[in-house]
Ligand binder design. Sequence first.
Ligand SMILES: N[C@@H](CCC(=O)N[C@@H](CS)C(=O)NCC(=O)O)C(=O)O
Length: 123
Amino acid sequence: MKLFIKLIRNLLGGLIALVDVITRGSKKKRPPEAQKAVNEATQDLALYQLFACPFCTKTRRAMYKLNLPIEKRSVAQGSAHREELEQGGGRVKVPCLRIEKDGQVEWMYESNDIIRYLEQRFA
Ligand SMILES: N[C@@H](CCC(=O)N[C@@H](CS)C(=O)NCC(=O)O)C(=O)O
């Protein structure tokens, strides 16, 4: 039964991710120099996520819309990124944005907080 629920959840999550890709539309356009600066700034960010997680889809959609090439790190079972997230952030919950600034690392959980942070910094 548990396995069946997991399967349905993953199927629904995958469907939401697919609909997102089909309907996401266009990215934010910036002059080349501005986009270059944004690309550089996003190198200090990484999104820990799962493909079929609807909260991750929502966050990836915001990243796409804002044209942010943030590295996505899957925390699938057994992956090294899952370990990193657990050790660094304290729990395996996604999405989680890893923010590195002046040698300090912050782990930001909650899709709404992540989206707000990205919009305030890059919109
Ligand atoms: N309120 C959170 C919900 C995130 C959430 O429930 N993520 C699920 C995957 S879809 C998860 O990681 N669950 C594991 C847990 O909560 O420990 C958000 O908006 O980011």
